[in-house]
Write a protein that binds this ligand. Sequence first.
Ligand code: F6P
Length: 351
Amino acid sequence: MNAAIRAVVRATLRLGGQPYAIHEGWAGAVAGGVAIRALTWDDVGGILHMGGTVLGAARCPEFRTREGLRAAARNLVQHGIDRLIVIGGDGSLRGTEEFRDEWPSLLEELHEEGAITAGQRQAHRALTVAGLVGSIDNDMAGTDMTIGADTALHRILEAIDALRSTAASHQRTFVVEVMGRHCGYLALMAAVAGAADAVLIPEDPPAPDWPDALVSRLRASREAGLRDLIVVVAEGATDSTGRPISSHEVGEVVTEGLGGEGARVTILGHVQRGGRPSAYDRWMPTLLGYAAVQQVLHGTDIPAQVVGVRNNRLVPLPLATLVRDTTAVKTSVEQGDFAAAGAARGRSFSG
Ligand code: F6P
């Protein structure tokens, strides 16, 4: 996310605007004070190679309350902020959409209670919003890639490559659990790029007799002379009845099925969310950040937009539609309705 932050700040300055940092996400907007500060060109120097976000991120229950929304609106108006670029997953972007919808009535309330002047209300009557999708899960409908997913994939591949040394030396099977919540993107891509022998993802749940199928596949690989076997398991994997499949369960199945050969389970955890961003996760968010600034500077009074990626090109996409379709995909996967999930995802790319 730092690449996007750097680009937003520097593009804003170059185009004659004043960028502000809101630290800790919506929590900073609600808190105000030192959480909101003007930024200079140098404030974002030396961050392009750093993972995470130098602005901080936090969950903010207050932002779900009217009082919290009012506090955030008051703090923005007091800093003269009327254009927002939000980097986050679908939760943050959903909050952004609601905030923008409520903005006119929030300003009314603030004016009525004397927190802002009539002049301030008039000057800030429209809140222009652009969203950038930051999530290692790559689970946002409508955009090919989300910021951070490529880097996470690199981390996973480094781990799989490293595990192969022990796997090959000792003829062991490694079960590697990867993140992604209900989305199998990281697991599937890691399995393909890491030449895994099997993969379990939420979008393609196996029948309840999956242990037999998995064991016979791995046994065939052993018989063909393969020494290092890798099974990738998405953290959200289930069988076709919706029963969760844990990486430990897969490890037990493999250990038992391959006759005494002890499988090892490696849960990569937050290692996947850290470290140096890949080249893609530096240049693409840089372009996205620049495009987001163009959008909020020139596209005032239009519905909130996300700058997404399609076929390697940047595209403005309606935030409300993306959030709606992402929710539809998630819910359908959770319910095991994969046709509906595919349809919602397809719809999100058709506009
Ligand atoms: O959504 C990103 C993600 O890394 C998921 O892949 C993972 O399930 C979750 O966040 C972990 O969240 P936390 O850091 O709160 O444990």
